[in-house]
Design a protein around this ligand. Structure first.
Ligand code: NAP
Ligand code: GCO
Length: 359
């Protein structure tokens, strides 16, 4: 990795995020000379060949500092010791930006026109990520673009169905050519069909499995090779309470989300050594269009029985808001979770820990 990265520095090629990190780690290892370090830092910050910069900055440490700021890669040159003239000395650098920063990274969030996906994308954008999202229709994508714009986010929208392997592969190629390599994938798109199992058509069962389990496999399969090539990446699968618990009428959904938990663990197991972290978020009961039927007011104006049930089952005594998922998503998308892999982070207000309020 480091040799490839330095070759890119010399050839004036841009460095990918993880390549830049490899170069910075080399610098922080103290194995390279001050002038080489300054060249690398300059290349990282100016994306031009560091070798040309040596001449400019060999005159003084101050010049090195000026050229070698690495804000773009969350790093500052905090101290340069060296005369420059005899190319001796050292550069001390440190990561000054927050480990939760997503500056310089690109995130694909599937099915993120509204609901949980939109809230997660908004939070990732707030941490500095470039946002790419998709939906099945141009109309929905346009609606999404307008929603992001109203939040001050210049998102990139693409039309594709996450269950269509060819369309997904083509979309990933187009995104990585048009926008940037995908550093973060959030497999959010999902459906639910609430039907008693013995009354459920097999085709409906298969459709839920297709969207909620097969699609995260398909999209992850399309994105992982590029992540490996660039030295790493982050995958977040949106699981569910039903990754752990069952209930009436959601057999297909629970089977899919239970499978998604194990797919999460398997991606972590298979690609962890290639610096890919794959984790899940397990939302509790969140107020989105998907759960609207469970919260409908009754004819007499009273709360839906299921609504009352969830309030009694949740220590927080409330439904979750999609924005409750933003912080956990930023954590799992950022360097702050580089040693977290194969986990499902339940954002459920405490449901999984609680027997429920006595009636
Ligand atoms: P939602 O309101 O129903 O939104 C789902 C999104 O996925 C919609 O934008 C939908 O697009 C998109 N989508 C569905 N099928 C797709 C496909 N084949 N290709 C591309 N996009 C597709 O759901 P949500 O409540 O925000 O949930 C988002 C995720 O969180 C889902 O995976 C869900 O299972 C999970 N989750 C939700 C809750 C909750 O309480 N709400 C709790 C735990 C987990 P369209 O508008 O075109 O249909
Ligand atoms: C349901 C709900 C849940 C939520 C969520 C809970 O019918 O039970 O839709 O399945 O969507 O998955 O975590």
């Amino acid at each position: 990795m480091i040799k490839e990265a330095i070759k890119k520095v010399v050839n004036k090629e841009d460095l990918g995020y993880y390549e830049a990190y490899a170069v910075m780690n080399e610098i922080m290892s103290g194995e390279t000379s001050a002038v080489e370090n300054a060249a690398y830092l300059a290349a990282l910050s100016t994306k031009s060949s560091g070798m040309e910069t040596i001449a400019e900055i060999s005159g003084s440490a101050a010049a090195m500092r000026e050229h070698a700021e690495c804000v773009e890669h969350d790093m500052d040159v905090i101290d340069i010791v060296g005369t420059g003239g005899d190319h001796s000395g050292s550069i001390n650098v440190s990561t000054t930006a927050s480990p939760f920063s997503l500056e310089g990274r690109t995130a694909l969030v599937t099915g993120a026109v509204y609901g949980i996906g939109f809230a997660i994308a908004k939070a990732l954008a707030g941490a500095g990520a470039t946002i790419v999202f998709n939906d099945r229709t141009r109309e929905a994508v346009n609606r999404g673009l307008a929603s992001y714009k109203s939040e001050g986010i210049e998102a990139h929208g693409y039309v594709f169905d996450v269950t269509d392997e060819n369309a997904v592969a083509e979309a990933v190629r187009t995104i990585e050519s048009d926008v940037a390599p995908i550093d973060i994938l959030v497999n959010n798109a999902g459906i639910i069909k609430r039907v008693p199992m013995t009354e459920m058509k097999a085709s409906d069962f298969r459709q839920v499995i297709d969207v909620d389990l097969n699609a995260p496999f398909i999209v992850s399969k399309a994105v992982i090779p590029g992540m490996i090539e660039r030295g790493g990446g982050k995958i977040i699968n949106i699981c569910s309470m039903m990754s752990e618990l069952g209930r009436e009428t959601v057999s297909a959904y629970a089977a899919a989300k239970g499978g998604l938990k194990m797919l999460t663990r398997n991606i972590a197991s298979e690609y962890g050594e290639l610096n890919i972290q794959c984790n899940g978020i397990g939302p509790g009961y969140i107020a989105t269009p998907q759960t609207a039927p469970l919260r409908e007011r009754q004819a007499d104006g009273s709360r839906h029985p299921f609504d009352q049930f969830i309030i009694a089952k949740t220590p927080a005594a409330r439904w979750g808001d999609p924005s409750d998922l933003g912080g956990p998503a930023v954590f799992l998308a950022s360097r702050a979770s580089d040693f977290v892999n194969g986990q499902v982070l339940y954002v459920d207000g405490g449901i999984l820990a609680y027997i429920g309020k006595q009636p």
